[in-house]
Write a protein that binds this ligand. Structure first.
Ligand SMILES: C[S@@+](CC[C@H](N)C(=O)[O-])C[C@H]1O[C@@H](n2cnc3c(N)ncnc32)[C@H](O)[C@@H]1O
Length: 197
């Protein structure tokens, strides 16, 4: 029997989380396109989990680019590390940290992807606030989530889903302005946002 959903993902193995990332692979090209990613770019993958999306981002930015895969789970990042070694992908830097408090340090990201993370975060407003601090003026971010009015056939149960209005209030408070809102599927929506100049 399936274990009940937990915000911290303790109901799942990282292999299961990876399999769910693969299930929603169709969403990824629109995120990449909205970020305007090209060869040589440096992109922050916020809450990368076991890394399916980080690998797709790495494919787009190529060997001269860089993906910062940040996750609070060392086990999730170990899963990504294994895949990187198998595929000989070096342009992903794994960072085990809470994105809400991560310092910029040597991190220089042109854009950020915040996909299917906020409903797992203890402080989603803090995550968006710090992503804003980590990006340069006018940088883009994509924020994607499960829609509370979706059929809930996959992804988080309805009671854990975040309304677009709530997400919008958080990123506006953080200092992002909306460029586009899109319902990607009955289950999923995305915002394309820009950091204020
Ligand atoms: C559903 S998973 C992977 C989502 C992935 N971005 C995707 O699009 O498939 C969500 C991840 O967010 C991570 N996470 C949640 N809150 C976080 C935080 N404050 N800092 C870092 N990682 C966080 C979890 O550990 C988990 O691996």
């Amino acid at each position: 029997m399936q274990k009940p959903f937990q915000k911290d993902l303790s109901h799942s193995t990282w292999e299961e989380v990876y399999a769910r990332q693969v299930q929603r692979a169709d969403l990824v090209p629109a995120w990449i396109e909205a970020l305007g990613l090209k060869a040589g770019d440096r992109v922050l993958d916020v809450g990368s989990g076991p890394g399916y999306v980080s690998l797709a981002l790495a494919d787009r930015v190529g060997p001269d680019g860089l993906v910062y895969a940040v996750d609070r789970s060392r086990e999730a990042l170990a899963h990504l590390e294994r895949l990187q070694k198998e595929r000989n992908i070096s342009q992903i830097q794994r960072i085990a940290a809470d994105v809400g408090t991560l310092n910029s340090g040597d991190l220089h990201a042109d854009s950020a992807l915040v996909a299917m993370v906020l409903h797992h975060a203890d402080d989603p407003a803090g995550v968006l606030g710090n992503v804003h601090r980590l990006l340069a003026p006018c940088a883009r971010a994509v924020v994607a989530e499960f829609h509370p009015q979706g059929p809930c056939e996959q992804g988080a149960p309805r009671e854990f889903r975040l309304a677009p209005e709530q997400v919008r209030a958080w990123y506006e408070a953080a200092g992002f302005a909306v460029l586009e809102y899109r319902r990607q599927s009955p289950e999923h929506y995305m915002f394309v946002v820009e950091r204020a100049a």
